[in-house]
Design a binder for this molecule. Structure first.
Ligand code: NI
Length: 142
């Protein structure tokens, strides 16, 4: 794929703040940082347009209680969004941290995330979404 150059006019202070981040993150140059930002913006916009589904991770911190853990497992088994994998960390004596990897449509993923974050005892929940065109989801071969 060829590279295309284009000119952009932006306020000086915005560029300074952007360049500061480019330096801190150790990008080779501004161009790669802009490409990264654009990919993120496109992915987020696609997600919001509801045309796609994709992958997501739901990060949760919750109270370590057997009844709560059983409820979390039950909800994941019954959900339309597919809980592909999860990592459980026994964070402290009283709290667990879990990363749940989800696959499905935007609607299914957000429904499951809302359901889990609404459970009493789940103290933090953050969803990170990555949109992937639906037609390429099922026939991915390594
Ligand atoms: Ni635990």
């Amino acid at each position: 794929m060829g590279l295309k150059r284009f000119g952009v006019s932006i306020p000086e202070d915005l560029l300074e703040r952007f360049d500061e981040i480019v330096r801190k993150k150790g990008y080779v140059g501004r161009s790669e940082a802009i490409r990264d930002a654009m990919r993120g913006y496109i992915s987020q916009s696609m997600w919001e347009s509801e045309q796609t589904g994709g992958l997501a991770t739901l990060n949760i911190v919750y109270q370590h209680k057997p009844s709560l853990m059983a409820k979390l497992v039950r909800i994941q088994h019954n959900a339309k969004a597919h809980a592909i994998s999860s990592v459980h960390v026994h964070a402290t004596h009283s709290h667990c941290f879990e990363v749940i990897v989800l696959k499905g449509s935007k609607k299914e993923i957000e429904k499951l995330a809302d359901e889990i974050s609404g459970i009493s005892g789940v103290e933090h929940a953050k969803l990170f979404t990555y949109s992937i065109p639906l037609e390429t989801q099922s026939d991915h071969i390594h």
